[in-house]
Design a protein around this ligand. Sequence first.
Ligand code: MSP
Length: 645
Amino acid sequence: MEKEKFYITTAIAYTSRKPHIGNSYEIVMSDAIARYKRLQGYDVFFQTGTDEHGQKIEEIAKASGVTPQQHVDKVAGEIRNICDLLKITYDNFIRTTDKSHERCVQKIFKKLYDQGDIYKSEYEGMYCTPCESFWTESQLVDGKCPDCGREVKPAREEAYFFRISKYQKQLEEYIESNSGFICPESRKKEMINNFIKPGLQDLCVSRTSFKWGIPVDFDPKHVIYVWIDALSNYATGIGYDPDGPSETYKKYWPADVHVVGKDIMRFHTIYWPIMLMALGEPLPKKVFGHQWLLFGTDKMSKSRGNVIYADDLVELFGVDAVRYYLLAEMPYTSDGSITYENMIERYNSDLANTLGNLVNRTVAMTNKYFDGGIMSPRADEPLDAELKTLAVDTVKKVDELLADYRISDALEAIFALAKRCNKYIDETTPWVLAKSEEGRGRLGTVLYNLLESIRFLGVLLQPFMPDTAKSVFDQLNTDVTGYDTILSFGNLKIGSVVGKAVPLFGRIDPEEMFKRIDERMQSAEKEVEQDKEKIEGVQIGIEDFSKIKLKVAEIKDCEKVKKAKKLLKLTLDDGSGVPRTVASGIAKWYAPEDLIGRKVIVVSNLKPATLCGVESCGMILAADCAEDDVRVVFVDDMPNGAGIR
Ligand code: MSP
């Protein structure tokens, strides 16, 4: 029988900088779901990746002195490393700078333009650079960007618009008739009441103010709005093409679930479905919006110095403990919180005590009392029946909870079984049973029930803590690990011999751990300083600044330098009575005749240098306005020779 398909995606992370542990949450969550579905026999395709275009990335790259491509290559590499470190079993890692994706996004844009869903007009409004979004005055909150709360500035540009408004009714109908499409329910209400009901406005889908994006191929001074580019990844990554989709696309589309953070639900439940409607493609079955992971009660941010990275955590606690903590700590409808105290506590109580001790004690007792042999169980006592029922019921419960993406509840159910097993040990007192010959028969049954329950735990934990599950199976020395083997109790083979007892999680000494954490924090603080220096420059005192002599100077003459395409030779009157020659790399942006008569600021005490045969005595000031846009600072109404301080 052909397996049922399941296509799951995460949001694609921005490559502005290395992502923190909060960003990694949904990747781990989606990985757990993907693994669970595979365990259940689905044919799963799991896609994650990186969102690599946009003005912010262009600016960060410039501040770091590298090209945008170099910058995104580095960060995408870091993100991939984090995925590998966290044992993410993605089937495809898409990058929006992949040539095949870029080409396909251009085709999507063109198709929508040709059919009249995208049209050219002019935009006038307030622009938020970090969010790359235009807003009308009425959409601003206290005069600031409604999404991120930062300053906006007036902007006007020729732009392409997407006729979102045309699809409003169709979208409403889809949401209405597919009750599980927006999940959880609270997010659905938010989308409908805050965004859809007030009326959808056409969306500005191109930009001309920067270059680092996918160009509109039939009008290349425009780049395609980063969200149109980014959202398309879900389809292009599996081979969508307006000219004819691939076999993979035909097999896996529509997505069964897009897992995204609550902050970007709007893009996924409004813009993306409308894009698909316009393209005539089926809509995803579900968009699941998860909560945020906070540091204590604060948002994580590098400048606040409270950012936690996956690689640091993995080094401190180990990969499965990090996966467990993230998944167990995030509630379904409120934000989760990460603190080192809480992590240490959960590690010691849940992993070392509840799970680790259970496995260790049981395997050790089997070795001690029966030389590792797994005995045949005898007739049930009421306690046994209760444990067996709980084990089988736990499978059903986990199944139901995961169908609703209630991950932390599912883990809680699994750990409730582990706790019940520990209680069963206390109730049955195997060490007492071991003392008498008649007790040994009962002891064999007790240990069988425990070992089999531990096997249940191993199977159920595979999607969440894959290394731990493997170690459990090694200790049980079993290869009976499939999902169908936990639909009934008693599939652990009688007569086989368990392995050696190996502690799954050694207890953490909090004092010792905090010492290690402090060391890491100090080096992280240093890194923040270095980053700041990169962007804002090294701090200098006024005495340093006063060493630089700046003067107003008039350009009396200007010509191209024959040997150097980039250079112009300027002759300046800086008020000293002696003409000053300066070579400046601005030939690409200015014709010599446009500069004669203009006044500029010159650094007059710069050491002379010879550039392509021209002795340059100073430097004029200019602004880097965009990647390929340099503008000279003109001060035409100032007197020649005036000092600037
Ligand atoms: N690039 C966009 C997504 C485009 S999808 C077509 C983006 N990137 S992001 O890097 O800012 O965020 C990636 C994911 O991480 C988003 O789903 C976002 O909601 C999520 N999170 C960001 N910070 C988070 C926490 N602190 N906690 C949990 N998830 C968080 O948005």
